[in-house]
Design a protein around this ligand. Structure first.
Ligand SMILES: C[S@@+](CC[C@H](N)C(=O)[O-])C[C@H]1O[C@@H](n2cnc3c(N)ncnc32)[C@H](O)[C@@H]1O
Length: 219
């Protein structure tokens, strides 16, 4: 209904203003299953250095910060509205130094190289205008041996209930898992795999996992 009057894809891409705050609350509720699935796939250790790109309301970071006790989680998102919401949600962990949330773009991360053991992103890559450049940026900031987990609703499952509808919009470019695997290899990642929930009720419990070779280095 709301979608008839406003461009909802633009809001999911970069939530802003009162509608962005409303959509952020929706995402916090509706994306719980894929947040939990991603955290299971990450298998984070207490000492891990972890990056999330496109954290939205910051729910996954909040859950991870109960596991990462001596390491740190850094989040990057280009929406000032989501930055404020996620900072509120994670205020205690930010004060304790376990979480740091930054404004920034996926394809130009405000971070030093070879810093992270793991990186992840949930329902965000569809909105990155230069996704290939962003994957190369993530490769840059991962340590050799580091892993990237991209959680998506894969393109082939996008409109299963309404197969006649077009897939994607100018703001939103869904990918198949295989497309992302090819892009990840081009960006420098070595092994890639897909970890998907067989339960059809949880179509977004779908992660493309990629690792940065231990022998590789940025220098
Ligand atoms: C659909 S929301 C998903 C939020 C959260 N990960 C979740 O699953 O609930 C997409 C998020 O990615 C962020 N985002 C989109 N494009 C981005 C870009 N190029 N750089 C940084 N953040 C981006 C948006 O601001 C938004 O918070």
């Amino acid at each position: 209904m709301l979608g008839r009057f406003v461009n909802l894809d633009a809001q999911y891409r970069r939530p802003s203003g009162w509608l962005g705050r409303y959509i952020g609350r929706d995402m916090a509720r509706d994306h719980q299953p894929e947040n939990r699935w991603t955290i299971d796939v990450l298998q984070a250790r207490p000492s891990d250095q972890i990056l999330e790109i496109g954290f939205g309301p910051g729910v996954a970071i909040q859950a991870l910060s109960t596991i990462v006790s001596t390491g740190q989680i850094i989040g990057v998102d280009f929406s000032p509205t989501m930055l404020r919401a996620a900072r509120r949600r994670n205020a205690a962990a930010i004060r304790a130094g376990r979480v740091q949330l930054l404004g920034g773009e996926a394809n130009n991360l405000p971070l030093a190289g070879e810093r992270f053991d793991q990186a992840f992103s949930i329902h965000s890559i569809y909105f990155w205008p230069e996704a290939s450049a962003a994957l190369a940026e993530i490769w840059r900031v991962l340590r050799p041996g580091g892993r990237l987990v991209l959680t998506i609703l894969p393109r082939e499952l996008w409109n299963v209930d309404n197969p006649d509808l077009p897939v994607g919009t100018p703001e939103c470019r869904p990918y198949t898992g295989a497309e992302l695997q090819t892009m990840l290899h081009i960006a420098g990642f070595s092994a890639t795999s897909i970890v998907a929930d067989p339960n059809p009720a949880h179509r977004s419990n779908y992660c493309v996992v990629a690792s940065k070779d231990v022998a590789t280095s940025n220098s």
